[in-house]
Design a binder for this molecule. Structure first.
Ligand code: URA
Length: 271
């Protein structure tokens, strides 16, 4: 019999091992390397080198085991005077272990001189791969929402509360949020936008220090206190586009929120 060279021998697929099953359950949906890397080893050594507590915590009540690390991030940001320094400081920060499992730092996108700044929750897989916020499916919806009110990435600036992807796209923990908040707060101070759009519940609750969920917060203007010297930025929480993809019925509410942003920009003389 003549063998067809293009026809490959059939190799039956092995059933998944216990480890592979566990990895899928833990949210691992992509293989980046042939061999595994024990990133936790680096994490353990980072967490044993905890910085000293140099001053009492002022910002807000946090998980007590964070105090040293949080104090470190607050001290770090106070010395930062521009976005390049901030990016460097975030990239060198070892306090948040999400850095060890992420592929890239997702710092920001858009125009740093924009009057409108959007803050989301945390990067997903596409953002982690490209090192830019909101570039996946929910980012595409966000772009459409912005374009409906005449905005795009040249007229807005975008960052996240957490600059590293939580594994398996899980929600960031309160501890991770506490550790990253000083950086995003400084980020907002440095961009100094005239309007802040808080994309989703995590961004809204953590920056406004609210307990209510996004269902109650969205569509209401809040005064975000950017610093101690009374700099107030009008801030509007909106639904996260990932939520809108799951609940398209809420798009009509989002449309109302977008109109509010447009109105605010007109009111402030920004067109
Ligand atoms: N969701 C977010 O909140 N931020 C991103 O950058 C991407 C998805």
């Amino acid at each position: 019999m003549i063998e067809n060279p293009k026809k490959r021998a059939y190799t039956p697929q092995k059933p998944p091992s216990q480890l592979e099953k566990w990895q899928v359950d833990a949210g691992i949906n992509e293989i980046l390397l042939e061999t595994t890397v024990n990133r936790l080893a680096a994490d353990i050594s980072a967490s044993t080198k905890r910085p000293e507590i140099s001053k009492p915590l002022k910002e807000k009540e946090v998980v007590s085991s964070n105090i040293g690390l949080l104090d470190n991030s607050i001290n770090l940001v106070n010395k930062i005077i521009n976005l390049d320094e901030l990016r460097l400081a975030v990239s060198e920060y070892e306090g948040c272990s999400l850095k060890n499992t992420a592929t890239n730092l997702v710092f920001s996108d858009g125009n740093e001189n924009a009057r409108v700044m959007l803050v989301g929750e945390a990067p997903g897989a596409d953002e982690d791969r490209q090192g830019k916020p909101f570039v996946g499916v929910s980012g595409q919806l966000l772009d459409k929402m912005l374009s409906s009110i005449g905005l795009d990435r040249s007229s807005v600036y975008i960052a996240n509360i957490i600059p590293w992807r939580p594994p398996g796209n899980r929600q960031p923990t309160p501890k991770e949020i506490d550790l990253c908040l000083p950086f995003i707060r400084r980020h907002i101070q440095l961009v100094n936008p005239l309007v802040l759009v808080l994309v989703g519940g995590t961004a809204a609750k953590s920056l406004l220090d609210k307990k209510e969920g996004i269902m109650r917060l969205r569509g209401r203007w809040f005064e975000y206190a950017a610093d101690e010297s009374d700099t107030i930025i009008p801030a509007l929480p909106i639904f996260h586009p990932a939520f809108l993809l799951r609940s398209p019925v809420q798009k009509s509410n989002s449309w109302k929120d977008l109109i509010q942003i447009k109105r605010k920009l007109t009111e402030l003389g920004i067109e």
